[in-house]
Write a protein that binds this ligand. Structure first.
Ligand SMILES: Nc1nc2c(ncn2[C@@H]2O[C@H](COP(=O)(O)OP(=O)(O)OP(=O)(O)O)[C@@H](O)[C@H]2O)c(=O)[nH]1
Ligand SMILES: [Mg+2]
Length: 443
């Protein structure tokens, strides 16, 4: 996600941040490059102009040009403006407590990801202890009800269906059931259309009227760039929306929709869809996305991602092990497997400050992981529990058994020793951040 635009920004910053002094001309050139990057990312033209003008104005101030580190000042200005563009702060859902039923209405064009997002949201809110009911109100597309039912059962959330052609009837019945069975959240999936047409808007207006939602969220496909922004504008004018969920953010390399939405529509992006799976929905944090776009990494997201795979108990146990120098190759193997679960190494490395945009050959990293795993698996458990017993003849055997070379085995052992030492230092001082750094260090 965001690879294309990040590449551009990393280039711009590489050019300017190393300079000990910068001239107005340097600023002009950098800002021109930024302008091109934003336009190529399909950011709304007016937004680009505003961004460029205000950056120029601020960056040419005495304070920047005469400062000790003008390059870094420049980067900071661009960063702050980008955070503002993305909406400043994360906007959470405005839901009531468990005693009142909160309704969330999902709207959007055909194929934008409404039904998938309904299930993801249900899964997320269920995980937060809410009692969620889904309502299948897409009665237009054949099999839409079936699709939601399947997804609902996957995430363990009941789906309310009705044999009718009128979505308002489904809403009313679902509302009645939600009250009767004390659900505190009702998520309504609606029908999409290829384009915004009167019939769709009229139907959605009726559904909204009946559902009285606290949140009316537009699900917009981020890959459509500026079109997503226009769609959000029309839905807001015609139906009224309270926020946007940008789906398919995992496939969006340009970032244009994310960068234009807030300032064009005034509506906050509340979540991004990051995979097709039920857990592929993340709160939208403007500062983190800005960091990612600008190639500054995203250490906090990484830590959170790591935390969802590690449960807290495991993490605590690991920390203790690290602190007591009990971290063994057996644990290392375990970590490798967890890393595989967390997704590609590259996507993780992109979140590390200083590495973002610089890791191109994710294939190599993955190969390395494969070799490491093979080497670790060729060791006996006894060896993994005490790496000190692995002398030359054992190394030869392990290399042969894993189809690698003695040099590769040596490298892994050296790396293990080194990271063990590093981790020990970090864990004792910083706990969670250390976990993230460790993961980065073990690529
Ligand atoms: N990679 C990725 N795929 C997604 C995401 N969200 C949805 N999809 C996929 O996009 C396709 C369309 O998703 P649906 O949830 O069926 O979209 P919809 O808006 O309900 O479509 P209609 O009901 O036909 O209007 C499916 O193949 C989803 O798996 C996402 O965040 N990332
Ligand atoms: Mg659907």
């Amino acid at each position: 996600m965001l690879e294309k635009i990040t590449e551009k920004f990393v280039d711009v910053f590489r050019g300017i941040s190393g300079k000990s002094s910068i001239s107005e001309k340097n600023v002009d050139e950098a800002v021109e490059q930024i302008k091109m990057a934003l336009l190529e990312a399909d950011v709304n033209l007016r937004v680009v102009r505003r961004f460029v003008n205000s950056t120029l104005e601020e960056a040419k101030g005495e304070k920047v040009l005469r400062s000790v580190s003008p390059g870094q000042q420049f980067v900071k200005i661009v960063h702050d403006k980008m955070v503002a563009l993305l909406g400043d702060e994360n906007q959470d859902l405005a839901l009531k407590g468990p005693d009142t039923l909160s309704v969330i209405l999902l709207l959007g064009l055909q194929g934008s990801g409404k039904t998938t997002t309904a299930a993801k949201l249900a899964y997320r809110l269920k995980g937060k202890g809410r009692k969620v009911l889904l309502a299948a109100c897409d009665l237009v597309r054949p099999a839409a009800v079936e699709q939601l039912s399947v997804l609902g059962s996957q995430v363990g959330v009941p789906v309310h269906t009705e044999a009718t052609k009128d979505p308002v009837q489904v809403v009313n019945a679902a509302l009645a059931r939600a009250r009767r069975e004390s659900f505190d959240t009702l998520i309504v999936d609606t029908a999409g259309r290829l384009q915004i047409d009167e019939a769709l808007m009229a139907e959605l207006a009726r559904v909204k009227e009946a559902a009285k939602p606290l949140e009316s969220l537009l699900v917009a496909d981020s890959m459509t760039g500026q079109a997503a922004v226009d769609i959000a504008k029309s839905f807001d004018e015609k139906i009224g929306i309270t926020g946007v969920i940008l789906s398919k953010f995992d496939s969006d390399t340009r970032g244009g929709a994310a960068l234009s939405l807030k300032s064009v529509t005034g509506k906050a992006i509340k979540f991004i869809g990051t995979s097709e799976k039920p857990d592929g929905l993340e709160p939208f944090y403007p500062d983190r996305i800005a960091n990612r776009i600008l190639g500054m990494g995203d250490i906090v997201s990484l830590v959170e991602k790591a935390q969802t795979v590690y449960d807290q108990k495991e993490a605590d146990a690991l920390e203790k092990k690290l602190a007591q120098e009990n971290f063994t190759l057996e644990d290392y193997l375990d970590q490798l497997q967890k890393m595989k679960k967390m997704g590609s190494v590259k996507s993780m490395l992109d979140m590390i400050p200083g590495l973002a945009g610089q890791v191109d050959e994710d294939k190599i990293d993955l190969d390395e992981m494969k070799y490491e795993e093979a080497i670790l698996r060729s060791m006996t458990r006894k060896e993994r529990l005490n790496h000190l017993i692995i002398g030359p003849s054992r190394r030869t055997r392990i290399a042969r058994g894993s189809g690698t070379s003695v040099a590769q085995v040596n490298r892994l052992l050296k790396k293990f020793e080194k990271s063990r030492l590093m981790m020990k230092k970090m864990v004792s001082s910083k706990g969670k951040a250390a976990m993230a750094k460790y993961l980065a260090g073990s690529k």
